[in-house]
Design a protein around this ligand. Structure first.
Ligand code: 5RP
Length: 258
């Protein structure tokens, strides 16, 4: 509180310190970080007449809120393609124009969160179980923007995200996929639901395996291919060489990019 009593403080500095202080009081630092990253991404990459991919998770909520604000204030004409049931609901709840890849197979920009981002901008995604549609939508976009708080920033994959690589599998194949993965590294876990007995069932009617690898592979691209070749694997949460720009939000509301 000493900043409030210092007479020498410039009024503009005092105002911004107070604003930052109030923001921190009203919002958890991690939420502030997510919001800052999301707002910066929407402000820097969204223009009128664009087709947008909308990711899933908690960070994307801020991006959609900012997008809705800009659409209303600036009369932007944009259509939004969701990556999950949650994203679809977000688009509808924020009165944005909902579309799909059938009508808009080519997107200008996709914005999504991530569970971890390594120094080469490779990602682990799928903490929310939406990895397959997220990857399809990201791959359909000319430009893929990732938004995350700075806790997700790492040197190598697995350094920060300890829950393993999410892998979506066809239900009848889950044991055989687990056995094949166990031969490469240790056995994955079948992701279990929290408020329902039994496994998590994805938006595509599949299961998720979380693979906590012990050995970091020499090439994540090759590892991704190896996993994808296992019969029964639908998609992996490894997003290799896909992200064009990363926005990391900091707890003080500042943003760094990569
Ligand atoms: C969902 C995802 C999310 O983008 C990822 O889990 C990040 O979520 P959050 O923004 O809540 O940290 O991949 O499948």
């Amino acid at each position: 509180m000493s900043i409030l009593t210092k007479r020498s403080l410039h009024p503009r500095l005092l105002r911004s310190s107070l604003q930052g202080f109030c923001r921190l009081l009203s919002m958890e630092p991690a939420e502030e970080a997510k919001k800052s990253a999301a707002y910066a991404a929407v402000d820097n990459h969204v223009k009128t007449n664009q087709k947008l991919g909308i990711g899933s998770g908690s960070t994307i909520v801020y991006a959609v809120q900012r997008l809705a604000q800009r659409v209303q204030d600036e009369k932007l004409d944009v259509v939004c393609v969701p990556t999950s049931f949650q994203a679809r609901q977000l688009i509808i709840d924020n009165s944005l124009v909902l579309s799909d890849l059938e009508r808009h197979p080519q997107l200008d920009v996709a914005i999504d969160g991530a569970d971890e981002v390594d120094k080469d901008s490779n990602l682990i995604k799928g903490g929310g179980g939406c990895l397959t549609q997220e990857k399809i939508v990201a791959a359909a976009a000319d430009y893929f923007v990732v938004i995350a708080d700075s806790r997700k920033d790492s040197q190598i994959l697995g350094e920060k995200w300890k829950k393993g690589i999410p892998i979506e599998v066809i239900p009848m194949a889950y044991v055989s996929v687990m056995n094949k993965l166990k031969k490469i590294d240790r056995s994955p876990e079948l992701r279990m639901a929290k408020s329902k007995a039994g496994p998590v069932v994805t938006d595509n009617g599949n299961f998720i395996l979380d693979w906590k690898f012990t050995k970091v592979p020499e090439s994540w691209a090759e590892m991704n291919q190896t996993i994808k070749m296992i019969p029964g694997v639908v998609e992996t949460g490894l997003f290799i060489n896909m992200a064009n720009k990363i926005y990391f939000g900091m707890p003080d509301g500042s943003v760094s990019t990569r």
